[in-house]
Design a protein around this ligand. Sequence first.
Ligand code: CP
Ligand code: NVA
Length: 319
Amino acid sequence: MTTTLGTTDLKSALVGRDFLTLADYTPDEIGYLLDLAADLKEKRKNGDIVEPLKGKTLGMIFEKSSTRTRVSFEVGVYQLGGTGLFLSSKDIQIGRGEPIADTAKVLSGYLDGIMIRTFSQTDVESLATNASIPVINGLTDTYHPCQVLADMQTIMETKGRLEGIKVAYIGDGNNMAHSLMIGAAKMGMDISIAAPVGYQPEETITNKAKQFAKGTSVVVTEDPFEAVKDADVIYTDVWASMGQESEQKEREKAFEGFQVNQKLVSLAKPDFSFMHCLPAHRGEEVTAEIIDGKHSVVFQEAENRLHAQKALMVALMGK
Ligand code: CP
Ligand code: NVA
């Protein structure tokens, strides 16, 4: 990817940084991370050992469940020569009310980086403000930037470019929709979000994405057919996210007509890719025919969590 800053400048601009939202990163910095992710993936396929994080430890705080994020971070830091520590919030004092600021200061004395998955973006910001080591957002109710880094790597691999790609996101205007909007706008992709009224992305985040877009479109609509028209990528996510399980029934009603199925995808480009951050609910937000069909790249996308996050850890926690 072409960058205006030199690689050395970008490398030093990233050391020690937090990764709380893609909004804090320039297109050049995101491009640098994607290049590094592709390079690390290639090296892994070739069996090369790359251990820039030898002797370093990543603490991983989880207040919500996880398969991909937990395993890819833990395996990723190990492959880079370091160690990952799984810290369930139920088992550390944060779960009993120890202030985030105190936790941040204590962990900064032991660790070289912290990944956190929690509910409130403000808590992640507060952890980052009080920690002297990089803090990585592993998902909040507002954002899921690590997922979108892997998603962009997947789009690069499948479409050969990001610029000019149209992404249609169908479903809840949640953490995924927010991070995709920001990532798309920063990297020259067009994005259309189709969500029912009451479940559309936060207006402040939509406006932020619009400000980042340089001549590309950021559209929010209630019409999934309008959103998928001529799309290169169709993306969806669960209708009830973690923490919203009690709303499952009312959400199923609200999202009727927002399922990604054969009828809907027939309006996209003939070579469209189907993406989903997973876990998926077949028969709800997407039919089995689509997610298990020939356009689906969901497992390549899931694998890329490993490579993209290794790039992130090398860039932020390395020298
Ligand atoms: N996509 C994703 O973040 O998956 P997990 O919830 O399994 O980590
Ligand atoms: N929106 C989903 C994403 C899971 C990776 C959730 O927050 O549960």
